[in-house]
Design a protein around this ligand. Structure first.
Ligand code: UD1
Length: 341
């Protein structure tokens, strides 16, 4: 019998790519999503790629009764991957309670119900944002956690602590906390990808929309940082690589006999790229020019951060493998498909 996994936020960007990889790996998936930042057509994309239509529950994880009903209607769920969360840094500064309510209540409801319904483990979407501006790069999992610079970032730190405290209290569950660096790209089939609502805040969707003529010009936020070309440096990780790490983490958590109850992994490539280098990669990979100008720094931006992914490489046996030019090609194919509609 297939192992059943609940994916919260499973119609979202990283969630949908992870559902594909879970199904490809033989897991049975139940998705819950409130469609606040995605749409139900994503399920068609998942089915087109895998030939399997996951069970989809439209609902909100902040409502515990919805979750009770879901667990009763779908008995035997063994693991959860929790993607359901609000994720825009700027918006979180404007609407802190929305962020604390969504991100914390969702996690606490899930944790609360796991023992009752026999769920063994939860993989949590965390972020490199917990490290703040690192003292040294690359950064590994033992680096200090810095005070959060936004309510969004704070929810990631607090959620990590909630999981650790709950397990320390004796709750009969396990957890793997995955700290993502900057996920980008789309599935190579162009059936699923990132679908930002309104004006994108993140670099790659803004870049591809500019290349498509939807936006006039991309602004590079600052070229006076202490980096070789003056623009900020990040560790951009292909979303399919990232999705695959979740499948490995889930297997380890559920099947590993003597693994720790809580484990933490950085998920990145180990390579830092500047904003200007990423634009160059896109232009090289697609042959399409991206009109861009240098603008002022964006408040709250970190100068440079990239991962030391050694622990994930060695313990999970996972390595990011998609070259960034290919990732940019996939992002462009997805943008072209979306623009046609
Ligand atoms: C941040 C968080 C990440 C979080 C994400 C959610 C850090 C290190 N990362 O990513 O954990 O999941 O927000 O939104 O805190 N840029 C431009 N022009 C643009 C847009 C972006 O130059 O129009 C630059 C930014 O200054 C930055 C880079 O592109 O240097 C990446 O920005 P973005 O895609 O927004 O991600 P982060 O802010 O790194």
């Amino acid at each position: 019998m297939k192992t059943k996994i609940l994916v919260t936020g499973g119609t979202g960007y990283i969630g949908s790519h992870t559902v594909v990889e879970l199904q490809n790996a033989g897991y049975e998936v139940v998705i819950i999503d409130n469609l606040s930042n995605s749409n139900a057509a994503v399920i068609d994309g998942i089915e087109a790629i895998t030939g399997i239509r996951p069970v989809f529950v439209e609902g909100d994880c902040t409502d515990i009764n919805t979750l009770h009903e879901l667990f009763k209607a779908n008995p035997g769920i063994k693991g959860i991957i929790n993607f359901a969360a609000s994720k825009a840094v700027g918006e979180s500064v404007q609407k802190p309670l929305l962020y604390y309510r969504n991100n914390l209540n969702t996690l606490m409801n899930l944790l609360d119900l796991m023992p009752e319904y026999g769920v063994k483990g939860i993989v949590f979407s965390s972020s490199c944002t917990v490290y703040g501006e690192p003292d040294v790069n690359p950064i590994d999992e033992t680096a200090p956690i810095k005070p959060a610079t936004s309510p969004y970032g704070n929810t990631k730190q607090v959620c990590e602590e909630i999981i650790e405290d709950y397990i320390r209290s004796g709750a009969p569950i396990k957890s793997i906390l995955l700290r993502y660096f900057n996920p980008i790209g789309a599935h190579p089939s162009a059936e699923i990808g990132e679908l930002p609502l309104g004006v994108p805040q993140n670099l790659v969707p803004y870049l591809t929309q500019t290349a498509a003529g939807i936006r006039k010009e991309l602004t590079v936020f600052g070229d006076d940082y202490n980096t070789p070309d003056g623009s900020c440096i990040r560790d951009y990780i292909d979303v399919v690589d990232l999705a695959k790490a979740h499948v490995i983490a889930m297997k380890r958590m559920l099947d590993g006999e003597d693994t720790d109850a809580v484990e933490i992994f950085n998920l990145g490539t180990g390579r830092g790229l500047s904003v200007l280098e990423l634009i160059a990669s896109f232009e090289r990979a697609t042959g399409v020019k991206v009109p861009h100008k240098i603008g002022p720094r964006r408040a709250g931006d970190i100068e440079k951060i990239w991962a030391d992914p050694k622990k994930a490489n060695e313990v999970l046996g996972w390595t990011a493998s998609v070259p960034v030019d290919e990732t940019m090609k996939n992002a462009w194919a997805w943008q072209c498909k979306v623009s046609k509609h």
